[in-house]
Write a protein that binds this ligand. Structure first.
Ligand SMILES: [Zn+2]
Length: 278
């Protein structure tokens, strides 16, 4: 694990974490062991309870299988290209909020030779990420709370269909640092939603996201990534499990009867710049 600007996650501590052999410790004496597969678990007791739906090993494996079959590849490639176009210096740090099993951050950072920190609440996802991309830093933490990252230390934050935390993002970004947010576009998975929910309601999420970030960020670029794929039954079921947290659905009979179909994968991507002093 490279030297990265981590901070202690114990409530109201926040002191820098330094590596001591197989653990990270702060000067107040809090210590976090590095797991055998190389990640760091910074979850606090209040976050260990009530596991969120979708954190299960089955959901993580479903998402990983989708990654392998190319679902979401267009979005990953678009975000990686956007990060590459920044020509970040070699000491730059990219932080991924809701990194999942690390597909995007891993490829972005190993390809560009920059440091990456991936945060996810799912231990199963983070363990997979740390095995796949051992040169990056992978952390189990709740990205909705105080981020275990030092002030003004990160160049770019990614939130790709992931968690968003505007005030914390502003705190940890360097001056004029960038936040790249991808949201499901109104027609994302519309065929699948029409099938399972009986309707394909379209909802634009960008305006609400921009409003949420308006205090600390300004929009500097917006684009859409769209891909349509013919998917087999297994991929469709994985998509439901990995994306829609299958458990939400009551219509499992419809899922069992699902036939191969073309599915639209569509995302709105926004690049936001942190205001000075944010
Ligand atoms: Zn501490």
């Amino acid at each position: 694990m490279p030297d990265v600007p981590l901070a202690c996650s114990v409530r109201s501590c926040g002191l820098p974490l330094e590596r001591r052999e197989r653990a990270f410790t702060c000067s107040a004496g809090h210590s976090f062991d590095i797991a055998r597969s190389g990640y760091l678990n910074l979850l606090q007791p209040q976050d260990r309870r009530s596991p969120r739906a979708g954190d299960s090993k089955a959901a993580v494996e479903a998402r990983a299988a989708l990654d392998r079959s190319g679902v979401g590849r267009a979005l990953i490639d678009a975000v990686i290209d956007r990060v590459a176009a920044l020509h970040l210096p070699p000491d730059a740090i990219v932080l991924d909020l809701g990194a999942g099993s690390g597909e995007m951050l891993g490829k972005a950072c190993t390809g560009l030779s920059i440091a990456g920190i991936g945060i996810d609440l799912s231990g199963a996802a983070v363990e997979l990420a740390s095995r796949r991309f051992p040169s990056l830093t992978w952390i189990v933490a709740n990205a909705d709370r105080r981020l275990p990252i030092r002030d003004r230390s990160v160049d770019v934050i990614l939130s790709v269909h992931g968690r968003r935390n505007p005030s914390e993002s502003a705190r940890v970004l360097k001056e004029a640092g960038l936040l790249i947010v991808a949201l499901p576009a109104p027609d994302d998975l519309i065929e699948l939603r029409a099938l399972v929910q009986g309707q394909g309601l379209e909802r634009d999420r960008v305006e609400a996201m921009l409003e949420e970030h308006a205090t600390h960020f300004e929009l500097i670029e917006r684009f859409q990534v769209r891909d349509q794929r013919q998917l087999e039954r297994d991929a469709l079921v994985n998509l439901l499990q990995g994306t829609y947290r299958g458990a939400r659905f009551t219509s499992w009979m419809k899922v069992a009867a699902i036939e191969p179909m073309a599915v639209t994968l569509s995302s709105d991507v926004c690049v936001l710049k942190c205001r000075t002093g944010g």
